[in-house]
Ligand binder design. Structure first.
Ligand SMILES: C[S@@+](CC[C@H](N)C(=O)[O-])C[C@H]1O[C@@H](n2cnc3c(N)ncnc32)[C@H](O)[C@@H]1O
Length: 346
């Protein structure tokens, strides 16, 4: 399979979202994760402006023959932005001809060279190197072992918010939470009632650790409970009670995984990607499980690999669950691909 069949899993490299300002985030939770993201680390190091300019021209030169050069140069600016604790922005710093004192850094200058080598030579995603990704209006901590949340998945939160309107509150589940992205997004739009909670489930212990960290960092411990286990297994106490289920499950056919671009296939966890032989294994399980887990009128929305998979699931539901679900529909992502399948428990 060619890369063009999986734009969403590549899109973080091709269509970077606008970076957010960091100033509004507290760093109090940073001490609870083994290696905090670069932008939360104290500025214990420094370098001269000339040293940083030399680093920038060396780092730029490594990108010259890369087809993704423009994107890499953009990432280089982000790396410097996270590494420098200067009041000047990266552009001003690099273009300034004025004399200035040492620039405070959150990583040693040598470390900065090492990080950029890893980005260009090892194709390690920048998000793993700096330890965070910008998603909706949040900056989520990520690390190797956890999927980097993708921009197209943001739409799931909007669909869930729309489905909540005018309905009684109640518990929601984010199945396969990864960094906790969807759970956090939903917790910020859900009601204030006692029952309005999000249950975030993942099989991966690394994902559970990272999701808990992000929940704590955004002060959402009262709204989100992270549980480890497989899909519906840790949610036995909520059977038939869920007001909504969201999931972006692994949906890539197993044989396609080695052909993904190196950033994905070499560095992202296959547990987060591998959807079995035809990519449908987990999606079908989620459809079946939702029939028992949702209350009457409850909503579900799942991300899929795109048009073909979405159509297959829609047909599967029409054939096997016609009496169970209503209003089943396919919604497009921002690239016009039929990415999401949603519906209601009758
Ligand atoms: C495509 S990632 C989505 C992560 C996150 N929701 C997001 O959108 O960024 C799929 C997630 O499902 C998790 N997963 C895989 N198999 C699972 C299972 N049997 N039960 C629960 N989670 C599982 C993976 O660990 C991974 O975090």
């Amino acid at each position: 399979m060619g890369l063009c069949r999986i734009p969403p899993l590549n899109s973080f490299l091709r269509q970077p979202p606008q970076r957010l300002l960091r100033a509004s985030f507290s760093s109090t939770a940073a001490t609870h994760i083994a290696s905090p993201p670069l932008f939360l680390r104290p500025a214990r190091h420094s370098a001269s402006k000339e040293d940083l300019q030399a680093f920038h021209s060396w780092a730029s030169s490594l990108t010259y023959s890369d087809p993704d050069q423009n994107h890499l140069l953009c990432e280089l600016r982000w790396l410097l932005q996270d590494a420098c604790a200067s009041s000047l922005d990266t552009h001003e710093l690099l273009s300034s001809s004025q004399q200035m004192g040492p620039v405070p850094l959150r990583v040693e200058l040598n470390g900065l060279y090492g990080l950029w080598r890893e980005r260009v030579e090892e194709r390690r995603p920048l998000q793993y190197l700096v330890g965070c990704e910008h998603w909706r209006d949040m900056v989520l901590v990520v690390k190797e072992g956890v999927l980097i949340p993708r921009p197209e998945t943001e739409a799931v939160v909007d669909m869930a918010a729309k489905a909540m309107k005018g309905k009684a509150g109640g518990p929601w589940a984010d199945l396969g939470t990864g960094s906790g992205a969807l759970a956090l997004g939903i917790a910020r739009v859900i009601g204030e009632g006692e029952e309005d909670r999000v249950y975030a489930v993942d099989l991966s212990p690394v994902a559970v650790e990272v999701a808990k960290f992000n929940v704590q960092r955004y002060g959402l411990e009262d709204k989100i409970e992270v549980r480890q286990g497989s899909w519906f297994e840790p949610l036995g106490d909520l059977k038939g009670r869920l007001a909504g289920i969201v999931s972006n499950p692994p949906y890539i056919p197993s044989s396609d995984l080695p052909g993904l671009q190196a950033e994905v296939s070499k560095h992202e966890p296959w547990l987060a990607l591998d959807g079995g032989e035809d990519g449908l294994k987990h999606l079908l399980h989620l459809c079946e499980g939702s029939s028992a887990a949702l209350r009457s009128g409850g909503f579900f929305v799942f991300e899929t690999n795109g048009d073909e998979q979405s159509k297959f699931i829609a047909n599967f539901l029409a054939t096997n669950f016609h009496d169970v679900f209503s209003g089943v529909k396919i919604s497009k992502d921002f690239a016009g691909i039929g990415r999401f399948i949603s519906g209601f428990r009758r």
